[in-house]
Write a protein that binds this ligand. Structure first.
Ligand code: NAD
Length: 243
């Protein structure tokens, strides 16, 4: 189906990486897209793309979320892209880092879903797509305690929302990527000191022998927006990491 054609989509973390690719892919599929991010400079780079409007939105702020959703009015498709990777094991993790990971990786999705759901229910349904990771309930990944724990929570919240609203035509699914080329991945590789070594290690995790592209993940987001018989799924897209 091309259910998304003519629908209104709200995309968070659309300034770069998977969120940006998804905002552009939704627009190419015929949606009216509100591409949002905390970073106005990166958003400015996609302002003016056909079908795309940009808005500053900090998903850590309930007021911000309510204001942007209030301005848009009805949202048919919500893409929750915001997320942050903390390194470290349970013993290395700082409590404040865990609190931040819960707030950005999990509570942000609760804020946006609460803001769009009432109108989706009034309008006979909608599609919600949440960014999780294979580093979640799917796979334990070394050195990713806060990340894996919060991304597992994303899978749980996805299934809980799907279960509560399946009869009202709300579909809620999660995307669980392996390692995907993105500006923040570049930062993490540079931060390790030896960029080439860090890059080789990330590639070595992927049996396909390469990193994923943001556009490949965006294709799955479009599929899930259009997947009118699919809800509550955690869809791995991981270069073979979990074969
Ligand atoms: P990225 O990390 O490069 O970009 C993240 C974006 O989020 C930035 O534009 C940033 O400005 C925005 N952001 C940060 N805080 C925000 C806030 N408070 N409010 C609104 N926006 C905010 O992008 P990416 O690497 O493509 O990751 C996107 C999502 O995909 C994340 O949830 C990430 O955990 C998940 N993911 C990424 C990978 C990967 O390998 N890149 C793998 C699995 C899952």
């Amino acid at each position: 189906t091309n259910w998304i054609n003519g629908k209104t989509a709200l995309v968070t973390a659309a300034g770069q990486g998977i969120g940006r690719a998804t905002a552009l892919a939704f627009a190419a599929a015929g949606a009216r897209v509100f591409a949002t991010d905390i970073n106005e400079a990166t958003l400015a780079e996609i302002e003016g793309e056909s079908g795309v409007e940009t808005r500053k939105l900090d998903v850590l702020s309930d007021d911000d979320v309510k204001a942007v959703v209030g301005e848009i009015g009805h949202v048919d498709v919500l893409f929750n892209g915001a997320g942050f990777v903390h390194g470290g094991s349970i013993l290395e993790m700082k409590d404040e880092d865990f609190d931040f990971a819960v707030d950005l990786n999990v509570r942000s999705m609760i804020r946006t879903i609460r803001a769009v759901l009432p109108s989706m229910l009034e309008h006979d349904g909608g599609a919600i797509i949440n960014m999780s990771s294979v580093a979640s309930s799917i796979k334990g990944v070394p050195n990713r305690f806060a990340y894996g724990t919060t991304k597992a929570a994303v899978v749980g919240l996805t299934k809980a929302v799907a279960a509560d609203y399946v009869a009202q035509n709300i579909r809620c699914n999660a995307i669980c990527p392996g390692t995907v080329e993105s500006p923040s991945l570049q930062e993490r590789m540079r931060a390790q000191g030896d960029y080439e070594k860090a890059r080789a290690a990330f590639i070595a995790r992927q049996p396909m022998g390469r990193l994923g592209e943001a556009e490949e993940i965006a294709d799955l987001a479009v599929y899930l927006a259009n997947a009118t018989y699919t809800s509550g799924q955690a869809c791995a897209i991981d270069g073979g990491w979990t074969i």
